[in-house]
Design a protein around this ligand. Structure first.
Ligand SMILES: *[C@@H]1O[C@H](CO)[C@@H](O)[C@H](O)[C@H]1NC(C)=O
Ligand SMILES: *[C@@H]1O[C@H](CO)[C@@H](O)[C@H](O)[C@H]1NC(C)=O
Ligand SMILES: *[C@@H]1O[C@H](CO)[C@@H](O)[C@H](O)[C@H]1NC(C)=O
Length: 263
């Protein structure tokens, strides 16, 4: 249970950062594209019993956004999905936890049982929700190609969605947790990872193993390490800390560049 204990510690670490108003210009297009605060601009829509957060205009390539354990209920997840929308991708973030994500302040919720949470949200439960999201994107929204971005819990599923027949063509994951060797080996499309240098879930030794497994796949891949960041930075960075702010923004642009190159 050591692993779950460290999960608990990490998810709770720093709790949720209330970001200041902060917009960044995309260095490539000059368009203000990434927002860390403000109001979400997308809308929620139920499809086949699953709540979907939909944001951005129609596009041939759509982004499937897979959240951390805090789900689409977390403001930062909606705002980051909106940023993918502004980058030109119709973006869909399914409610992976059916309305009951992990509480935002895990440390303040002693009754929250991580073991139980992970058991309830196993691949057997989660994969069908993601298949529904892909179906929604293709049949309702007219998306022709699906690329996937995932964070922490969702990062593992970004890899699962790259397996044969799962529906995604290109994948990006920031600080994936619980990612298994076989899930890396099974990818059939390009994969990119943004890693934190202070991530108990993925220490340096595990990162090296992941790099070796990526190489073996024969697929295009990148693994970028961001100094001064910790688990969760891709979504929940403390953007008053320059290193974390840079890491979060650069991880976003890493994903955008990756999709632009391979989708
Ligand atoms: C969607 O399209 C409208 C009309 O062209 C435009 O004003 C708006 O900025 C677009 N939204 C995004 C997120 O690109
Ligand atoms: C947490 O959940 C697991 C699995 O449902 C259960 O076996 C365990 O007893 C629970 N722990 C606590 C402290 O309630
Ligand atoms: C965020 O970072 C700033 C600057 O490093 C620091 O002063 C502040 O305590 C941090 N906030 C949290 C919630 O960790």
């Amino acid at each position: 249970m050591l692993r779950f204990t460290s999960l608990l510690a990490l998810w709770g670490a720093g709790s949720l950062v209330s970001a200041q108003t902060n917009q960044e210009d995309c260095p490539v297009t000059g368009v203000s594209i990434i927002a860390h605060s403000g109001d979400p601009v997308g809308k929620e829509q139920v499809y086949d019993g699953i709540n979907m957060y939909v944001t951005g205009n129609a596009s041939d390539t759509g982004v499937l956004y897979l959240t951390d354990v805090f789900g689409i209920q977390l403001l930062e997840n909606k705002l980051l999905a909106d940023s993918f929308g502004r980058a030109g991708y119709l973006t869909v973030a399914p409610d992976m936890f059916n309305g009951t994500p992990a509480p935002g302040d895990i440390n303040g919720q002693p009754d929250f049982n991580v073991t139980d949470f992970l058991a309830k949200h196993s691949p057997e439960e989660t994969d069908p929700i993601l298949a529904t999201a892909v179906d929604f994107m293709r049949t309702e929204l007219g998306v022709k190609k699906v690329v996937v971005t995932g964070y922490c819990f969702g990062g593992r599923y970004a890899f699962r969605m790259l397996a044969e027949g799962k529906g995604a063509d290109v994948g990006f994951a920031a600080h994936p947790s619980l990612l298994e060797d076989a899930e890396i080996s099974a990818i059939t499309g390009p994969a990119s990872i943004a890693a934190a240098d202070a991530d108990d879930m993925t220490p340096a030794e595990r990162r090296t193993q992941i790099e070796a497994l990526l190489l073996e796949t024969g697929m295009p891949y990148t693994l970028a390490l961001y100094g001064g960041t910790s688990h969760g930075f891709g979504v929940r960075a403390n953007v008053t800390d320059p290193k974390q702010k840079f890491g979060k923004e650069e991880a976003f642009f890493q994903a955008i560049r990756w999709f632009g190159a391979w989708a």
